[in-house]
Design a protein around this ligand. Structure first.
Ligand code: ZN
Length: 324
């Protein structure tokens, strides 16, 4: 596990490898620390797809330094964590990446935080017996560093050399058109521009591998982007379906499976548009209950599968028991 402040996450220090706490996680160095990340995956099936959940990294956000829910008093957040039987001083932000294999072709949904941060999605893919050349498509739910950092190798070249990389159209449009000149006085504006610059660099490095798809359209057989805007302007879910079985990848609708289902009105610290993010979360949770959906979350407890049920005026998250 890796402990970072909100600022390190927010300003991309993780993706840039600039944090001293992460220096020891460099893949070039021997990792003899028992707490250092190791490649871990779990395998399941959805219809004709062989499905792999890849454990990328777990980031620990101390509640007192990095308010997970900035609009809510920290004591109240701690009380809510305690009520769920969880430790109260920090919250764990897990990062999970989902891979689908059919025949020899592999489709990824997001790519994790990337090698600069010592994240493990690609090593976990290798542990599952999948070569990066087998990945023919990556569907990007949104362009935050914990979702696109893994698209590039340490040398800045594409991590998946034979993959088309699909972005939801509104997400691609937003980041492509943001100003990225960083020499501005306002700190918050400068930070926003650093994020935009990093996304634009990634898009440039991917070059003609980039594909732009409207939400609601089939991205490739079995995969559809569904608009779930608010966390970012073009944030999308991915619904994957095969032979009557499906999973809804909820991406960053649930940053904390238990808090955000019990209090869907609480806004996560990185939600760009808090009002839209909360409305989207409630809509997705309502739909998940009504349709009895199997969910997968980037930030839900590994291996990331679960369901939600109604609990009074709110919801309750149920981790899917894993069958090995
Ligand atoms: Zn995320």
């Amino acid at each position: 596990m890796t402990t970072v402040s909100r600022r390190e996450l927010l300003f991309g220090a993780l993706a840039l490898g600039a944090s001293p706490t992460l220096a020891r996680l460099s893949p070039d160095e021997p990792q003899d620390d028992a707490s250092a990340p190791r490649p871990v995956f779990r395998r399941t099936a959805i219809g004709d797809f062989e499905v792999f959940s890849l454990q990328d990294l777990t980031i620990v956000l101390p509640v007192d330094q990095a308010p997970f829910v900035p609009s809510v008093d920290r004591e109240e957040v701690s009380r809510a964590l305690a009520a769920q039987g969880l430790r109260t001083g920090s919250v764990g932000l897990e990062i999970n990446v989902l891979a689908f294999r059919k025949g020899t072709e592999v489709t990824l949904i997001d790519a994790g935080l990337g090698p600069q941060a010592g994240a493990q999605a690609v090593p976990a893919l290798a542990a599952a017996g999948i070569d990066t050349k087998d990945v023919k498509a990556v569907l990007v739910t949104h362009a935050h560093p914990d979702h696109i950092g893994g698209l590039l190798k340490l040398d800045g070249t594409p991590a998946f050399p034979e993959a088309e990389v699909f972005f939801p159209e509104p997400e691609h449009r937003f980041w492509s058109t943001q100003p990225s000149e960083t020499n501005v006085a306002d700190e918050a504006e400068s930070d926003r521009r650093v994020r935009a610059r990093d996304v634009q660099r990634t898009l440039k490095a991917l070059g003609e591998r980039v594909r732009v798809v409207e939400p609601g359209k089939v991205v490739r057989p079995g995969f559809v982007f569904e608009g779930a805007f608010g966390h970012t302007p073009g944030h999308c879910l991915v619904r994957a379906e095969s032979n009557g079985e499906q999973v809804l990848h909820v991406a960053d609708t649930l940053h904390h499976a238990f808090l955000m289902t019990e209090r869907p009105d609480w806004c996560y610290t990185f939600d760009a548009d808090p009002v839209a993010a909360v409305a989207t979360r409630k809509f997705v949770l309502d739909m998940a209950v009504a349709d009895g959906l199997r969910l997968f979350g980037t930030h839900t407890p590994f291996p990331g599968f679960g369901r939600v049920e109604r609990a009074g005026q709110s919801f309750r998250y149920r981790i899917e028991p894993w069958v090995y």
